[in-house]
Design a protein around this ligand. Structure first.
Ligand code: PLP
Length: 437
């Protein structure tokens, strides 16, 4: 047995999380756990090699802002799990969205985005992109044709979330991807709330972004993010629509990213630009320490998700029968087109997020949260522990009334992120808090 020979796919997802990527053992020590390569820099073999690597003519480690072996092991495993050709680990989910978008836009361009997005993403698109002269056009994704209607000659990308919370109506991935593809417009999907449950690349998305802070890390310990390149988008066919990928970049001897990717030998033009132009110049790199934590998270992700999903279904059904609950929002309990989309795109599970409105309105929602004992009151999702929050006054507080309404954030809305505790204890806590409102 060659301890360093990578295991070749096809492997099942729950095997890939442990064995995916080229890392098998540490070449220096035969360590089996991916070591934390806590180093800023890597020594060059020769001046000739140093020059080639710095110009991205050859891939090798030089400096951990650009690439690092621990981060690389995380990136390779995630890319394989997602069915992509390569991934890029970054410092947070916000960094993933920012880098993913900035790789394709410049002043004067616009993007078309779903109204159903994480509040921080909305704020970044609306306020920060504006600083750079880039316009974000928000559309209602209930009708996918709204994306086409908002498109013009300077539209560079479409953006949506598979399972946007708190509304929890699943994004029409195939429908929007199919509108963009003939126009040369890629669909970027934030799959943070539905890792493994949804495979956006299988439905035509070109790029997937994650806040790895949530389910991938899984324990509420680590901020991180990632971008996965599907390698399935024909960038070179759209030189006018995608100038930043196709035009010469003076920073790399006037070569384009299509040329650089061809020389490196893969359909990786987009992710090479994201790494070589955006992360290298702006610096939101994932640290090796955090990449190590995220690898630990990935290894148990399928097991944890099974429990997250079954607990969520149990809690959603409990809430839907409770006399003090007016409305429960959970993909598995939807009807009509929403249910069809949930069944199509969440083929691996309906997720672990639930919204509900108590019959007593906003005051009851606030009292419910204040009376929880086991469930934590905090602004996160995807922790192993069950979490609750009032989005109207917190996570979505920066949005206008109209934007809150479009995102499904009513004053009475409580968001639950169901953890992996014993479901009997989760329900007992919810029951006692509802008894006090
Ligand atoms: N995308 C979604 C769907 C999120 O829920 C979040 C954070 O809550 C983010 C992106 C941003 O991720 P991070 O907090 O890791 O920057």
């Amino acid at each position: 047995m060659n301890a360093n020979a990578p295991i070749k796919p096809p492997l099942a997802i729950d095997t890939l999380v442990l064995h995916g990527g080229t890392f098998r053992t540490d070449p220096a020590t035969s360590a089996v756990a991916v070591p934390i390569y806590q180093t800023t820099s890597f020594a060059f073999e020769s001046t000739e090699k140093a020059k080639r690597i710095s110009r991205f003519e050859e891939i090798a480690y030089t400096y951990s802002r650009v690439a690092n072996p621990t981060v690389d092991a995380f990136e390779q495993r995630l890319a394989q799990l997602e069915g992509g050709v390569a991934a890029l680990g970054v410092a947070s989910g916000q960094a993933a969205t920012a880098v993913a978008v900035l790789a394709l836009v410049q002043a004067g361009d616009n993007i078309v985005a779903s109204q159903g997005l994480y509040g921080g993403t909305v704020n970044f698109f609306r306020e920060r992109l504006k600083q750079f002269g880039i316009e974000a056009r928000f559309v209602d994704s209930t009708d996918p044709e709204n994306f086409r209607r908002a498109t013009d000659g300077r539209t560079r990308l479409y953006f949506g979330e598979t399972l946007p919370n708190p509304k929890l109506t699943v994004f029409p991935i195939r429908e929007v991807a199919d509108i963009g593809r003939p126009l040369g417009i890629p669909l970027i999907i934030d799959n943070t709330a539905s890792p493994l449950a949804a495979k956006p690349l299988d439905h035509g998305a070109a790029i997937v972004v994650y806040s790895a802070t949530k389910y991938i890390g899984g324990h509420g310990t680590t901020i991180g993010g990632a971008i996965v390149d599907g390698g399935n988008f024909p960038w070179a066919d759209f030189p006018e629509r995608q100038p930043l990928i196709n035009n010469p970049d003076p920073a790399y001897d006037n070569r384009s990213y299509v040329e650089l990717a061809a020389a490196l030998g893969g359909p990786i033009a987009y992710v090479v630009r994201a790494r070589a132009a955006i992360v290298r110049d702006l610096g939101p790199s994932l640290s090796p320490q955090n990449a190590f934590q995220l690898i630990q998270g990935l290894e148990t992700l399928p097991l944890r998700l099974e429990r997250h999903f079954s607990n969520a279904r149990t809690v959603a059904e409990f809430l839907s029968r409770h006399p003090k609950v007016a409305r429960v929002i959970f993909p598995g309990l939807q009807t009509g087109e929403d249910k069809r989309r949930a069944d199509t795109y969440l083929s691996g599970g309906y997720g672990a997020l639930i919204g509900f409105e108590p019959t007593g309105g906003e005051q009851s929602a606030l009292a419910f949260i204040d009376n929880l004992k086991l469930v934590y009151h905090l602004a996160n999702i995807g922790d192993a522990r069950t979490l609750a929050i009032h989005p109207f006054s917190t996570t979505h507080g920066q949005l206008s009334e109209a934007e809150k309404a479009a995102a499904g954030v009513t004053p009475a809305f409580v968001r639950l992120s169901i953890g992996i505790e014993n479901p009997v204890d989760i329900i007992a806590d919810i029951e006692q808090a509802l008894a006090r409102v």
